[in-house]
Design a protein. Structure first.
Length: 360
């Protein structure tokens, strides 16, 4: 196993952008001896870790929450805290160029306008067929939430003169509680139509109600405290060459979040990768020799691997994924390109180098 690195951290306030695979059309012409060089990929496992940072801040009137507002202790923050929680693990496959798997697509000189689509890295996509990259439309894409203008109101706008002149914490809590009940009463009057000088249009009513709710929230948080949750992601990559048994990907600390795999302040997050293919039934070939003799196309037949990620004794992810390194390589018969009625079209999975479809 090769543990490549931690790639990046991203916060929920940032859009997650997924770019399409860029491809290049390569034509087989006389100048290239009717050949196009291409590469096959090997598999890298990409591990996405989603975690949260929870920041709790106690309100100055926490001890009066039940007395004045009837709020029970379990709903009140009594002390400041910052801690982290590992929420989810996801694993996906990514194909990278295998420097030991470069080949040549050779066409006969009379073949009608042969061409090949390759990725920018040289991975094969199609032969004699146009390739349209599949966009990575992530339904879970999250973007920054618009900030309400009401949230920018100065906090002192909710504090009355009586509150500001209170001589003790207890008195301030009592005054704040009275103000909360007045705000609730004002909202009820607006909703029931009993308020004087109420807005006449619906949009004005929404603004006034939102303003009242914002003021009430500010005052209530003086008793209950605040809880802020920030969602983040980290990404790791490993290259499975053989079976992997409980290798440490990283460690996770309640107090620091994701830490290095050797940092004992965190609990280990393990990954296990098991080759599900029976090596005795595989028929490995020498693709370079056979491809040269037959002037044909080498492609991957990926194997299957069981991939599981643990956090402590809890399984965070388990699935069967295609892994090129656990499979083998095969070649296409050269005679399939001799059809004079029309060129054979071949579609590949660029991530694995496997054949997706052949159209004759």
């Amino acid at each position: 196993m090769k543990l490549l690195n931690v790639l990046f951290f991203v916060f929920v306030s940032i859009n997650f952008l997924h770019a399409q695979t860029k491809v290049v059309k390569m034509s087989a012409t006389k100048s290239t001896d009717y050949g196009v060089s291409y590469s096959l990929p090997k598999t890298v496992l990409v591990i996405h870790a989603n975690f949260e940072k929870i920041t709790k801040k106690a309100g100055p009137f926490a001890q009066y929450a039940e007395k004045y507002l009837g709020v029970k202790d379990q709903s009140v923050v009594f002390e400041d805290q910052i801690y982290y929680s590992l929420k989810a693990i996801h694993v996906k496959c990514k194909g990278i160029v295998d420097i030991n798997a470069s080949y040549l697509v050779e066409f006969k000189s009379k073949t009608t306008s042969p061409f090949v689509y390759l990725t920018e890295d040289g991975l094969i996509c199609t032969i004699n067929a146009d390739y349209i990259p599949e966009s990575d439309n992530n339904n879970n894409t999250r973007s920054a939430q618009p900030v309400s203008e009401l949230s920018t109101l100065p906090s002192h706008s909710v504090y009355t003169e009586e509150y500001l002149r209170a001589g003790s914490i207890g008195k301030m809590a009592e005054v704040a509680a009275k103000q909360i009940y007045k705000l609730r009463e004002s909202r009820t009057d607006l909703l029931t139509g009993e308020a004087e000088n109420a807005p006449r249009d619906g949009e004005g009513m929404k603004i006034v109600l939102a303003n009242l709710e914002a003021q009430e929230k500010t005052l209530v948080e003086l008793f209950t405290g605040t809880i802020k949750t920030e969602s983040s992601n980290a990404e790791f990559e490993i290259e499975p060459d053989t079976n992997i048994e409980k290798a440490v990907l990283f460690r996770f600390s309640k107090y620091f979040g994701i830490v290095d795999s050797e940092d004992l302040s965190g609990s280990p997050v393990y990954i296990t990768v098991k080759n599900l293919e029976n090596a005795e039934t595989q028929e490995p070939i020498d693709p370079k020799r056979k491809a040269k003799e037959s002037q044909s196309i080498v492609y991957n037949v990926p194997g299957k691997a069981s991939v599981e990620v643990f956090y402590g004794i809890d399984s965070m992810f388990k699935s069967t994924l295609p892994v090129v390194q656990f499979g083998n390589k095969q070649v296409l018969a050269p005679s399939m390109f001799d059809d004079k009625k029309g060129p054979v079209k071949i579609y590949f999975y660029p991530e694995t180098g496997a054949i997706k479809q052949i159209i004759q």
